[in-house]
Design a binder for this molecule. Sequence first.
Ligand code: COA
Length: 322
Amino acid sequence: MRARILGTGSYLPEGYLTNDDLAQWLDTSDTWIRERTGIRERHITKTGTVEMAVKAAEAALANAGVTSEEIDLILVGTMTPDYFCPSVSCQVQAELGMEHAVCMDIGAACSGFLFALATAQAYLTSGMARTALVIGSETLSKVVDWSDRGTCVLFGDGAGAAVVGIDEKGVLAIDMGSKGSKGMALPCPGIPLQNPLQDASEEGSQKSYIQMDGQEIFKFAIRTVPETVRRSLQAAGVCVGDVSHFFFHQANRRILETVAKNLRIPLEKVPMNIERTGNTAAASIPLLLDEWNRKGSLVRGEKLVLSGFGAGLSWGSIVMEW
Ligand code: COA
């Protein structure tokens, strides 16, 4: 038996900022941002990660035809929880009354949804759970420095979700990896140390903002994504040409085009929404998947690849039958 996506949902906040909006206070331009990244606008939440996660989850449950009572596992990929505790997943549980669910958040930045889906597959196929709610939800707008044109133009807020059950068809193969030794190419510091054993002079004042070696991350992405996709396809016994859509993490249009070229995938098979969303980290793949699902662009039984990369550094690919 395999883990299979039964339904999807997503949520983008109403508020948004265009490139021209950003150019009002940053030394940047719509042309620079679009040419280097493919991004035109990004959505920004006024509420936070839990509320977006709940809205995406409600839509996914309705799409799957599954009730709250049936969910016995909630996994949320996020790097921007509203609280350190309770977890986003526990707060989603409380909002939606999924009393029988075990809840946990998965911290793998932009790979968060993939890692959560892989965890769901392990729980479901081992019999530890029967029906999982897997969510990616992010409020990146609170961890970017809005005066740093090198990072803030890239990110946006949003949430995507999938209800995952057990079926004969579904996940065929998973490839995942992490490289902590390169983690400082894309850090976002937490709360600085402050405790009674420290001298006041030692107390940190660093803000929790995303920092990035953009070129290093670009090179990492265009090298690692084709590798992980190839490994997962090989493990599944599926050829590139047999796959109908490749749902890649939406970080930069140029990265997606380079990866597609490397893998010899025609761009029609590479859905993109980065122009409207920016990089929404763990939310990006389920958001995109839900948009394509709701458009009726996915046919049950066809083969899909989901693949992402990000801070950690981390990466992963999942080959599945839809
Ligand atoms: N507007 C205008 N100019 C900008 C700018 C902006 N928003 N951001 C940076 N620049 C400037 C730089 O200051 C630099 O100026 P200089 O030559 O005078 O020093 C110049 O543009 C080139 O900067 P560089 O960093 O070399 O640009 P780039 O072509 O590498 O593009 C990124 C920058 C961030 C778009 C690109 O490196 C990238 O997308 N990397 C991957 C990031 C990513 O995906 N992160 C998330 C992973 S999950």
